[in-house]
Structure formats: C-alpha cells, structure tokens
Design a protein around this ligand. Structure first.
Ligand SMILES: [Zn+2]
Length: 128
C-alpha cells in the first residue's frame, strides 16, 4: 500500500517548540502550572482554567485508541481518530503501519513519527 502524502504542519510561534521537539522524536503536551491539567493540542492558555501559566511536558507516546474511523473510499485508505495518552490528554491522529481491521477502541497503541511534506515529523500511532 502506498504511503499517504502528509501535508506539512502549520508552524507558528505558539506551536514551534512542539515541532522542534518532534524533530528530535519527543511528543510534547502542555501542562498548566495553575491547575495541573495537561492538554493537547498545545495552547498558551489553559483550556481548563484559562491561566496563561502553561509549560511544555514530554509524554511517553503510549496510549489507547479512544475513537477511530477508517476512510476506505479514499484513493489510499487511511484511519484517523483519537488516542487517549497514558498521561491523560487525547490527541487527534492517524493510525498507520497496521491492518485497519485490527483497530479497536481501547487497544494499546504507541507513537510513530511520519515525515510530512517539507520534512517535519508528524506524530501518528500504530498498534503496540
Ligand atoms: Zn489550568
């Protein structure tokens, strides 16, 4: 099966540290210093308490499938969905390098990095 082309991510000052870490193979989320909650995608303002006191935190890249959907009618079928990271936040992602028939809610997954147009590494997940 052909690898699906991955669009280059939009990188801005708010997300640049995320992509810098991604280039080194580290998946980052944001932790709120005020309320202690983790969130993803990374934002400067905490979505739970609206504090601007947030810091970057590297996570393990392990999690479980929260939801998924297989796009079989696309020219190159693909699977998207959410992974619930072991650390808590849910990350919208693609499932790759596995049979889509084996995907199931609750199954363990792990992080893999896939190159996008322009060279940025994009976090995706495969069955653990
Ligand atoms: Zn907060």
């Amino acid at each position: 099966m052909a690898e699906r082309k991955i669009t280059a991510p939009a990188i801005n000052p708010e997300t640049k540290p995320f992509w810098d870490a991604a280039a080194q193979g580290r998946l980052m989320v944001k932790k709120c210093i005020a309320c202690g909650e983790l969130h993803y995608y990374p934002r400067t303002i905490c979505p739970f308490c609206h504090s601007d006191r947030t810091e970057w935190l590297a996570v393990s890249g392990k999690g479980t499938i929260y939801t998924y959907s297989v796009m079989r009618r696309a020219p190159e079928p693909y699977a998207i969905g959410y992974v619930a990271l072991d650390e808590g936040p849910k990350i919208m992602t693609n499932f790759v390098d596995c049979s889509f028939d084996d995907l199931k809610i609750g199954k363990a997954v792990k992080l893999v990095w896939k190159p996008a147009d322009g060279g940025a590494k994009v976090p995706m997940f495969t069955l653990a």
